[in-house]
Write a protein that binds this ligand. Structure first.
Ligand code: AMP
Ligand code: GLY
Length: 425
């Protein structure tokens, strides 16, 4: 009997985590709850509230799960891991305190400051400090990034190059409650010019295991235009992440982050997702997330040359020191298939087909899909993610694009240019 695993969430990230975990000879049943049309998800938990510790604990017990892996941030911020661990259920993810690294940007900035982790210069403000906020924006010559402190589903960040829009963003958040409570405190920081990438660390609270790095494509439109989304594609490895840059990231960002976590004494057995801006070859932290990224996970899991289950079990046992992860040298390219209109209004319930004829070397991860009487239907803004892996980065790109073409549903939209900027044409 292998280890039974319960993955919490319903997106492409959770499908990819479950896919990797299930590849282990040590794996037993792998469930995803609430799950989607592509995951192994018992129907009776389709409406389970994954932020409700009692509901999740009951589900884990009924399924006989020996390990719970938490996909998204909301249950982590709600303290799901503390609650599960208190009931003797092993869980991957940080406790509530450390989850503040994602749930509060001011908290994260204070942590970076305390442990001398390079990041943009900043200050944070509440409603009674609007004037001071304006003055700080002027000090930055208007080149300011205005961030709602709390969780705002990736929408609470406004990047400005002039003072007036920055003032307006600050005013809307602080005075007009644009992001409700999430905007009651606002971080204003200097705009860093550079190129973004993300690193992922699995930590047992003391030691860290670096997973393959990735780059995602947040904007809806070709050429990085239009509104931000949850992510429209990803690539791994990131060609500009040279060994020299990775060494700097390890020494200046990853090591102090891990020693900071240990020094604070927080419970943290889970993923740290570090969003970086590389400015003239130097890494700066833009943000911490306390979970994996979506769709970065799809590319990262495709590059593992072993199942994620072993590292997760070793992590939970607190024995990650010296663990060496096997990674494939090939390039993974992930293209997200969305519903027309996403990230605003879009239709759902469209029949989805074409998944049975995808090219070899491509995996389709489900996100907003559901299965109804044997028919696959769209059920969300991001419907699927197709991930191609190939030794030739260009071919990986072509394969992912080809697969994206082959999937059929009304209102399909995807970006044709995923990877174009970083992989040779
Ligand atoms: P965050 O949620 O803090 O990562 O911000 C979302 C996005 O805003 C990032 O992925 C960047 O594209 C952009 N961003 C955030 N902070 C900065 C900064 N200081 N300078 C430039 N761009 C930023
Ligand atoms: N793709 C960005 C995120 O998951 O936050």
């Amino acid at each position: 009997m292998g280890t039974a695993v319960l993955v919490l969430g319903s997106g492409g990230r959770e499908h990819a985590l479950a896919w990797s975990i299930a590849q282990s000879p040590q794996a037993g049943k792998v469930w995803v709850v609430p799950g989607n049309g592509g995951t192994h998800s018992p129907a009776q938990y389709a409406r389970l509230n994954i932020s409700d510790a009692q509901e999740v604990a009951r589900c884990a017990r009924e399924l006989g799960a020996q390990l719970v892996v938490v996909g998204p941030e909301a249950p982590l911020a709600a303290g799901i891991v503390d609650a599960l661990e208190a009931q003797g259920i092993a869980a991957i993810g940080p406790g509530k305190q450390a989850a503040q690294l994602e749930a509060s940007k001011a908290f994260a900035k204070a942590f970076m400051h305390k442990y001398q982790i390079p990041t943009a210069r900043y200050r944070d403000f509440t409603a009674d400090q609007l004037g001071e906020g304006y003055a700080f924006i002027d000090e930055l010559n208007g080149r300011a990034v205005v961030k709602a402190d709390g969780l705002a589903a990736g929408k609470g960040v406004v990047v400005c190059t002039e003072a007036e829009p920055a003032r307006q963003a600050l005013r809307e958040m602080l005075m007009e409650h644009r992001f409700q409570q999430a905007g009651a405190r606002v971080v204003v920081e200097e705009l860093l010019p550079g190129i973004e990438m993300s690193v992922f660390v699995l930590t047992d609270g003391k030691h860290g295991l670096l997973l393959p790095e990735a780059k995602d494509y947040k904007r809806i439109g070709e050429g990085d235009t239009g509104p931000n989304t949850g992510g429209m594609g990803s690539v791994s490895p990131v060609p500009f992440a040279t060994p020299e840059l990775m060494q700097k990231i390890q020494a200046r960002v990853v090591a102090p982050t891990l020693s900071g976590l240990a020094a604070e004494g927080w419970h943290y057995k889970g993923f740290v997702f570090i969003g970086l801006m590389i400015v003239d070859g130097e890494p700066y932290v833009l943000e911490y997330n306390v979970r994996m990224g979506d769709p970065e996970t799809q590319s990262v899991m495709a590059r593992l040359d072993e199942s994620l289950l072993e590292p997760l079990l070793v992590c939970h046992a607190g024995k990650l020191a010296g663990y060496s992860l096997r990674v494939k040298p090939q390039t993974a390219v992930t293209v997200v298939l969305a519903s027309q209109g996403y990230p605003d209004n879009y239709a759902v319930g469209e029949p989805v087909s074409g998944l049975d004829v995808l090219p070899a070397g491509v995996v389709a991860f489900h996100a907003g899909t559901r299965s109804q009487e044997g028919q696959l239907l769209s059920a969300g803004g991001r419907v699927l993610a197709v991930t191609a892996l190939d030794a030739d980065p260009r071919r990986a790109r072509d394969l992912a694009r080809q697969a994206a073409e082959q999937v059929i549903y009304t209102g399909k939209y995807f970006r044709q240019d995923i990877g174009r900027d970083v992989l040779a044409d």
